[in-house]
Design a protein around this ligand. Structure first.
Ligand code: ADP
Ligand code: ZN
Length: 612
C-alpha cells in the first residue's frame, strides 16, 4: 500500500482515517472534488445536500462516513432491483453491507435485521416504502444508526422529473431522529427542485455541496434525423462494436422493434420497458449488468440507479423530453472515467410528438408551460452552433470553455443569412393552406412538376412554386427543421403538417433578418482527437487484456456477480499496460484495495507473470 499523502488541509484525524479507507479498502489514490469535505462534514454529525453529476462519486460520500461513525448507515434508494448489486460490490471490498426488501428471502431479511440490531452492519439499503413502515421505524428507534443517506433525492420534489409520493414522507426522519445526520444526494435538480429537497428533508442547517456538472470523458454528438436506424448502426459499428451501451427509444413498441433489428444486425440487444413483466425486466437488467457487449434498448423506464461503470455509449433514437433528462440519461455512459459517447438523433416530428405529450397530459397549465420551456431549451441545444457542453452546463448554471470534445467544437457549423430562405419556406407553407408536411413543401419550392399531388391541388399555380431551386432537398429540410425549432412553424403531431406560429407570422410581417445553420454534409465531418485529458495508460497489450478479461469473467460467473464488481475495466487496462509482477506493484493500481488484492491478486499475477 502506498503511504497516504497527507495534505495540509487533511491534517484532521477524520480526514486521515477517511484517506486510509479510500486507499486500503477501495484502492483509490485520492479524493475527487468535494468528496473529502463532504465526508468530514457528515462524519462530524452534520446534514448535507449533495448535487453531483452521475459518475461524480456520490456513493463514497455516505459510505465512508458510515464506516467511520458508530452504527449502520441507512441508505434509502428507490430501486430495489439494484440493491443487490450494490451490496455485492461492497461485500467484495470487505464492507459489511445488506439490503432489506421484498426481493430477498424472509431469512435474508431477518438476518439483516439481526445484524442491524447488533451493530454488525456498515451499510443497509432500503426502499422508502419499507423504511416508512411502522415496524421498521420502531426497529430503527432501537438500532445504532450512523446516518441516513437519501439517494435520488430529486424524487422528493414535484418540480423534479421523477416525483415519488413516498419520498415526501421522509420528512419524518428529521422529526423522529433529529440527532442522526441526513445526507441527500442527486444528480439532477434545478433550483426549485433543490429548494424543495432542502425544505422537505429539513437540511436548512446543513451545507449544500454543488459540484461542477461537467463529464469531460463523454463526447456529445447531436445529428439531424436522416435515417435513424442507418445512423445508429453506422455509429455502433464504427465506434462501439465491442461495447455495452444503451439505446433510448420513445415507445415500448419501438424498443422491441429496435432490439430485434439490432439482433438481426448481429448484436446482443435486449428490450426494456415498463410493459414487460417484472421477471423479464429483472432478467434483462441482470444480463446487462453481468455480461459484456449487451445493448439495452429501452424507454426512460430504464437506468435510474444503474451504476454499471463501463457503459461506453448512450444513444437517443428520438429526442428526450428536456435537458435534465438528456443529461441524466447520457450521464449513464462512462462512469469509470474512460472515453464514452453520447449520440442523439434529432427529428422535428419527434419534437412535435413531445409537444403533444405535454399538451394532452393532465398536468395543470402552469406545469405545461414549464414543460414547454424545458423542451424549447432542449431544441435550442440541438440547433446550437456553439459548444454542446457549454450549452448544457450553462443550462445548469455552470460554465466551461469550448470543450473540443463535442461535434460542434470539432466541426463548427457555419451559419448563413437565412432571411430569404426563411421567407420562401414560410410563404410556401402559407400559400398551400398550412396543412402539408416538409416533403411536399420542398417539392413545391423545387418546382417538381411531376409530383401528381401538386397538380391535383393546383399548387403549381402558386407564387412559391419553383422559387427554391438554389438549394437541394437536404438543405431545405434543414431550413424547415430550424424554423420549427425556432418556433416559426408548428408541426401537427398527427399528420406532420406545418403551420405558421404567431412568431412566424411576425417574422414575415416585420421583415426581420435571420441567421441559420448551414447544413453540413456528413462527409465533411472529421472527428478530431479529444482534447480532454484522460487517464494516461501507456501501451496496452491487447491479447494480455483479453486474457485478463477472461479470468475476470470466470471469477464473476463463479460468484454470480457482474465482472466490474471484481475489477473495473480501468484496473484491467492498467494491468495490461503496467504489467505488475508483484503484489505490492499490483496494490498501486486503481481499484485494487486490500481485500481484492488478497482475493484476486494471485490469479491475475499468474497471468501477468506468464506474459513478461
Ligand atoms: P455517482 O453515485 O455519483 O453516480 P459513484 O459513486 O457510483 O457515482 O462513482 C462513480 C465511479 O467513480 C465509481 O466507479 C467509483 O468507484 C469511482 N470513484 C468514486 N470516487 C473515486 C475516487 N476518489 N477515486 C477514484 N475513483 C472513484
Ligand atoms: Zn464542445
Amino acid at each position: 500500500m502506498p503511504m497516504p499523502q497527507v495534505s495540509p488541509q487533511s491534517a484532521s484525524p477524520i480526514a486521515e482515517q477517511a484517506l486510509q479507507i479510500l486507499q486500503k479498502t477501495y484502492g483509490f489514490e485520492a479524493f475527487r472534488g468535494a468528496q473529502e469535505d463532504i465526508i468530514q462534514h457528515i462524519t462530524g454529525g452534520h446534514h448535507a445536500f449533495v448535487l453531483m453529476p452521475t459518475g461524480g462519486g456520490k456513493s463514497l460520500c455516505y459510505q465512508i462516513p458510515s464506516l467511520l461513525r458508530a452504527g449502520t448507515g441507512i441508505v434509502i434508494s428507490p430501486l430495489i432491483a439494484l440493491m443487490q448489486n450494490q451490496v455485492d460490490a461492497l461485500q467484495q471490498l470487505g464492507i459489511r453491507a445488506a439490503a432489506i426488501n421484498s426481493n430477498m428471502s424472509g431469512a435474508d431479511n431477518s438476518a439483516a435485521k439481526t445484524a442491524l440490531m447488533q451493530g454488525q452492519l456498515d451499510l443497509l439499503y432500503v426502499a422508502p416504502e419499507r423504511l416508512l413502515m411502522e415496524d421498521f421505524l420502531s426497529l430503527l428507534d432501537e438500532a445504532p444508526v450512523a446516518l441516513f443517506a437519501i439517494d435520488e433525492a430529486h424524487c422528493v420534489s414535484q418540480w423534479g422529473h421523477d416525483f415519488r409520493p413516498h419520498y415526501k414522507q421522509l420528512s419524518l426522519l428529521a422529526e423522529r431522529y433529529p440527532a442522526v445526520p441526513r445526507i441527500a444526494l442527486t444528480a439532477t435538480a434545478d433550483a426549485p427542485t433543490r429548494r424543495d429537497i432542502i425544505d422537505c428533508l429539513r437540511l436548512e442547517d446543513g451545507r449544500s455541496f454543488v459540484a461542477g456538472f461537467d463529464r469531460p470523458n463523454i463526447h456529445y454528438t447531436i445529428v439531424p434525423k436522416d435515417n435513424a436506424r442507418a445512423q445508429v448502426l453506422r455509429f455502433i459499428k464504427e465506434k462501439h462494436a465491442e461495447d455495452s451501451g444503451i439505446v433510448y427509444c420513445l415507445s415500448r413498441k419501438m424498443t422491441e422493434e429496435t432490439a430485434m433489428w439490432l439482433c438481426n444486425e448481429g448484436f446482443e440487444a435486449l428490450p426494456y420497458h415498463a410493459g414487460l413483466d417484472a421477471e423479464t425486466r429483472a432478467q434483462h437488467q441482470d444480463r446487462f449488468l453481468k455480461e459484456e457487449k449487451i445493448i439495452m434498448v429501452a424507454t426512460i423506464a430504464f437506468g435510474m440507479g444503474i451504476d454499471k461503470p463501463d457503459v461506453r455509449f448512450v444513444t437517443h433514437m428520438t429526442i428526450p423530453k428536456n435537458i435534465e433528462a438528456y443529461y441524466q440519461e447520457t450521464g449513464r455512459a462512462g462512469r469509470d472515467g474512460l472515453p464514452s459517447d453520447a449520440l442523439m438523433i434529432f427529428g422535428t416530428q419527434d419534437a412535435a410528438m413531445q409537444r403533444n405529450f405535454i399538451d394532452v397530459s393532465t398536468a395543470p397549465e402552469a406545469q405545461k408551460r414549464i414543460e414547454h420551456q424545458k423542451l424549447n431549451a432542449l431544441l435550442g441545444l440541438c440547433e446550437t452552433a456553439g459548444c454542446r457542453r457549454q450549452a448544457v452546463l450553462e443550462y445548469f448554471g455552470d460554465s466551461c470553455e469550448p470543450c473540443g470534445n463535442c461535434d460542434t467544437c470539432q466541426t463548427p457549423p457555419q451559419t448563413f443569412d437565412g432571411t430569404i430562405a426563411a421567407q420562401k419556406a414560410l410563404s410556401a407553407v402559407y400559400r398551400t393552406e398550412q396543412r402539408f408536411g416538409t416533403g411536399y413543401l420542398i417539392s413545391v419550392l423545387l418546382g417538381e412538376k411531376d409530383d401528381e399531388r401538386i397538380q391535383r391541388f393546383g399548387h403549381d399555380q402558386t407564387s412559391t412554386f419553383g422559387i427554391g431551386t438554389e438549394f437541394g432537398k437536404t438543405e431545405w429540410k434543414s431550413v424547415f427543421r430550424q424554423l420549427v425549432t425556432l418556433n416559426f412553424l408548428a408541426v401537427d403531431s398527427d399528420h406532420g403538417g406545418l403551420s405558421l406560429t404567431p412568431r412566424g407570422k411576425a417574422f414575415l410581417k416585420d421583415k426581420e433578418t435571420l441567421q441559420l445553420r448551414l447544413h453540413e454534409s456528413r462527409s465533411a465531418r472529421k472527428p478530431k482527437a479529444a482534447s480532454t485529458p484522460l487517464p494516461d495508460e501507456g501501451d496496452i497489450d491487447q491479447s494480455l487484456l483479453d486474457a485478463l478479461k477472461t479470468a475476470r469473467r470466470t471469477l464473476a460467473q463463479a460468484q454470480s456477480v457482474p465482472p466490474y464488481v471484481i475489477f473495473h475495466d480501468r484496473t484491467l487496462r492498467e494491468m495490461a499496460a503496467r504489467k505488475p509482477q508483484t503484489l505490492e506493484q499490483m496494490a498501486r493500481l486503481h481499484g485494487v484495495g486490500e481485500r481484492k488484492l488478497v482475493k484476486y491478486g494471485k490469479t491475475f499475477l499468474d497471468i501477468l507473470r506468464g506474459r513478461d
